[in-house]
Design a protein. Structure first.
Length: 539
């Protein structure tokens, strides 16, 4: 967790200056279809979220926040009759209104009907019926009045649990899908927008957010904040308590309880500016202005200023794009500032997986400095957007065109050699390992091992194994094979899984038809080389 008085995101909060190319509402910078976020119940593809404002009243005694949220939206699709937001069973909705301009130009306020439905154990769906006056590409406002209770995003601490034992404390943790219990939202990293907030607190309580503090009213005990750059919902953060600031550099500040402040200053004084300077020399300007922290993994959070906050993974399946690149950047900063000493850094799977792949890309280009130039160009290209792995790989291959045609010999020959080498071993491995190989088989249209794909789908009926394989089958040259296997195995699938697979197949075929197992020779892809673009970065 980190500070907030000026915008920093994730764990740090940073100050902003607005660029000329500010994105109004960031949808993924993909040349393909929009991302599917299975962790979100919202219909975010049907709307553009321009801005939202939060008015919050903090009640430390009852450990509740009373909220009023105003969302500025416009529909991107005709005949959109409902707005679906992510929420949580701990968040209590009191009322929902809509303000929209009529055809005559008058603003009309309407009370809306809504319902809350179960979605997962980490959230619910809030379905709001929209008035007929909503028109595509025309802005309207949704006003939601609500109250938070005991949700996963908000952590209340009694004064006895703080260092100074003088005042209670509260902070929020939105990553990854917790902020839906803080406020209703499109809780997906694919949607980014600006936001503002007004927070009212008891006397003597300091409030910080992941946004710039713009005003404070002592009479109303109200803090005003605004975030000038588009950010995803999970980066909205708040902390309130007995906090005191201290400058530790020309553009960095630490916040802590008074009893902790001296220790924090002695630990960080002068260092943050050094790290920021090194990072800027590697990855370009630090667009967030100043950097302010509560508690730290400071270098990693500085790296997130470029990777994660400026360029964001579009779905949680591709979180490695933020954490892997940030970990790579973190170690580049550490190396430039202190030399190589990675042994003391965290060794978490999602971080290390991404770091290893990014390091592999760096090795492919053959020159660390050239790869630093690529990362700088990557940030400039995708700044303030959300990306998927395809974007990174396509941009990488475009930046290093000499690598695009560098292949791993002949596809068929390589696949045959791998299949012979590992066939017995793969059969003895668990499903987590086997599905990785079968995805390679499908993605490379290696027909001799299709029988293994069939056996796997016949014996495994778990969603986590079945859905990825059907998606790969239907996304390549084996659609007919997918239909045949589904017809033969559907009786053993759970009804919800069966519907999911039917939807995958329906997107490919207008009607289901049974076809022969052996594909015609003309179905084979003309490109017989395994290129970097075929790498399964999600496996």
């Amino acid at each position: 967790m980190s500070d907030f008085q000026r915008p920093t995101l994730c764990c740090c909060r940073k100050v902003l200056s607005i660029p000329n190319n500010k994105s109004e509402n960031s949808m993924p910078a993909m040349g393909q279809s929009p991302p599917v976020d299975i962790a979100s119940a919202s219909n975010f593809h049907s709307f553009t979220l321009r801005h939202f404002h939060l008015s919050l009243q903090l009640n430390f005694r009852d450990k509740e926040m009373t909220g009023r949220q105003v969302l500025e939206l416009c529909s991107t699709k005709p005949d959109t009759q409902t707005l679906v937001l992510d929420t949580h069973q701990s968040l209590l909705i009191h009322s929902i209104d809509c303000k929209v301009h009529s055809a005559s130009g008058d603003q009309v306020c309407t009370s809306l009907t809504y319902r809350v439905d179960p979605f997962t154990d980490y959230g619910s769906s809030l379905t709001i019926s929209l008035p007929a006056a909503i028109r595509p590409q025309h802005t309207f406002q949704i006003i939601i009045r609500y109250k938070t209770t005991d949700g996963p995003a908000i952590w209340w601490l009694d004064s006895e649990l703080t260092c100074g034992n003088s005042k209670p404390f509260v902070f929020t943790q939105g990553h990854s899908v917790c902020n839906r219990s803080f406020f209703p939202c499109f809780d997906t990293p694919a949607v980014k927008c600006t936001y503002s907030a007004t927070v009212r607190v008891p006397e003597g309580v300091q409030v910080l957010m992941s946004a710039t503090r713009s005003a404070y009213s002592a009479h109303e005990k109200a803090f005003q904040f605004h975030m000038e750059y588009p950010v995803p919902a999970y980066l909205v953060a708040l902390v309130a308590g007995d906090l005191t600031p201290a400058d530790i550099g020309p553009r960095s500040r630490i916040w802590a309880e008074p009893c902790l402040l001296n220790a924090a200053v002695s630990k960080l004084s002068g260092l943050v500016e050094r790290w920021l300077t090194v990072a800027e020399s590697l990855f370009g300007p630090y667009v967030w202005g100043s950097s302010e922290f509560l508690v730290i993994d400071v270098i990693h959070e500085i790296a997130h200023g470029w990777f994660g906050n400026a360029v964001t993974n579009a779905t949680w399946e591709e979180m490695w794009l933020s954490e892997g690149l940030a970990t790579y950047a973190q170690r580049r900063i550490t190396t430039e500032a202190y030399g190589v000493n990675p042994s003391s850094l965290m060794n978490l799977f999602t971080y290390e997986k991404g770091y290893c792949f990014v390091s592999y890309l760096s090795q492919l280009c053959g020159d660390t400095k050239r790869f630093d130039s690529f990362l700088r160009a990557y940030i400039e290209k995708f700044k303030f957007t959300s990306v998927v792995a395809h974007d990174l790989l396509e941009f990488f291959l475009g930046f290093f065109p000499e690598l695009k045609e560098r292949c791993v010999a002949n596809r068929e020959e390589v696949m045959t050699r791998l299949s012979r080498s590992y066939s017995t071993l793969l059969d003895s491995m668990n499903a987590e390992v086997r599905i990785r190989w079968l995805q390679i088989v499908v993605r490379n249209s290696y027909y001799p091992d299709l029988c293994k794909v069939r056996r796997f789908l016949e014996s495994h009926t778990s969603r986590m194994y079945t859905v990825p394989l059907y998606e790969d089958l239907c996304g390549g040259t084996m659609k007919s094979f997918a239909v045949e296997v589904f017809y033969q195995t559907q009786a053993r699938l759970h009804i919800n899984l069966r519907r999911t697979v039917q939807q995958i197949l329906a997107q490919t075929f207008s009607a289901f038809v049974t076809v022969p197992t052996a594909p015609p020779s003309g179905d084979r892809p003309p490109d017989t080389a395994i290129a970097l673009r075929d790498v399964n970065v999600l496996a």
